[in-house]
Design a protein around this ligand. Structure first.
Ligand code: SF4
Ligand code: SF4
Length: 299
């Protein structure tokens, strides 16, 4: 079993559309949406939820104002500046700033502070037309997306092992934060989606540096390369300098937008398009990578 994570250094590169297309081509992969902060793979895959699970992201503190004597001790101890006085001088804890360390609860001389486990996140196991999808939904302002990604991946792996599935395809989160790290840990292959813009190149550089610390085999593709040939060449030169194989350069295709509007992959919407043909070749090259060490020779 091989596990592939599709990533981009920034959002809006077309990563999810490409992941969905690969899922359709692979046919029997287990899919997992690791972009738990802004999950959108379900918009194309239209999952039928089979299992729903609550996920606890940590503790949140609150103050019982009937017990609070306004001594101010908790304000001075909170390292996250989460405790404030409202206009009536009553103390409240901002749930978006509270990191759930529970220190205030321990030091309050009046036992006026209590913490509750946050259970505003969910993860799901669903059926899709391309196979099983494990995905999640984070509540507004919730944290610990890395832990939720780890949970989603753990379930996807268990399903793949039980079913004898050859591939797990993860739609990774953008950026290089803890969710991206959780999406990379222990995978076999990372595919980076870059678009021809300076910001995308800059973000891809940070992502490639991160991936190298994990010692994971990493490839890249340039999406909509023909929108800026000069920058695409610059990205190609950069990837060469980093020894990151460029698996494909995907052309801009307005059918991609129409496919998304219709909730389909480009392979379903325009199977004969150049973009669909290139995506099929891309999946073939990813599969070849499990047998061929030198991918430059495979292209
Ligand atoms: S430490 Fe307790 S009593 Fe003191 S201000 Fe904070 S909540 Fe109120
Ligand atoms: S639990 Fe920690 S972070 Fe939250 S308000 Fe108390 S001291 Fe601050």
């Amino acid at each position: 079993m091989m596990e592939l994570t599709v990533l981009s250094g920034k959002g809006g590169t077309g990563k999810t559309s490409i992941t969905a297309a690969l899922a359709g081509i692979a046919e029997s992969a287990v899919l997992s949406d690791n972009d738990v902060d802004a999950a959108d793979l379900h918009l194309i895959l239209h999952p039928t939820i089979k299992e729903e699970h609550r996920f606890s992201s940590g503790w949140k503190a609150s103050i019982d104002t009937s017990k609070c004597k306004n001594c101010g001790l908790c304000i001075s101890y909170c390292r996250f500046d989460a405790i404030h006085a409202d206009k009536d001088e009553q103390l409240t804890i901002n749930p978006f700033q509270c990191e759930g360390c529970r220190l205030c609860e321990r030091i309050c001389p009046e036992q006026a502070i209590h913490s509750e486990l946050n259970t505003n996140n969910y993860w799901y196991v669903s059926d899709t037309r391309f196979g099983t999808l494990v995905h999640a939904k984070m509540g507004p302002g919730e944290e610990n997306s890395g832990k939720l990604v780890t949970q989603v991946r753990k379930k996807a792996k268990a399903i793949a092992q039980a079913d004898g599935t050859a591939w797990i395809i993860n739609d990774g989160p953008p950026g290089i934060g803890c969710a991206a790290i959780a999406s990379l840990t222990g995978i076999d292959r990372a595919l980076i989606v870059i678009e021809p813009s300076m910001s995308s190149l800059h973000d891809a550089d940070r992502l490639i540096k991160l991936i190298k610390t994990f010692n994971i085999q990493c490839f890249a593709l340039i999406n909509k390369y023909d929108l800026n040939l000069e920058l695409s060449q610059r990205i190609e030169d950069y990837l060469n300098s980093q020894n990151v194989p460029l698996l494909t350069k995907l052309p801009f295709d307005k059918n991609m937008v129409q496919a998304m509007i219709h909730g389909k992959t480009i392979i379903e919407y325009a199977p004969e398009s150049k973009l669909s043909i290139e995506l099929k070749k891309l999946w073939h090259r990813i599969q070849l990578s499990t047998h061929i060490v030198d991918l430059h020779q495979a292209i």
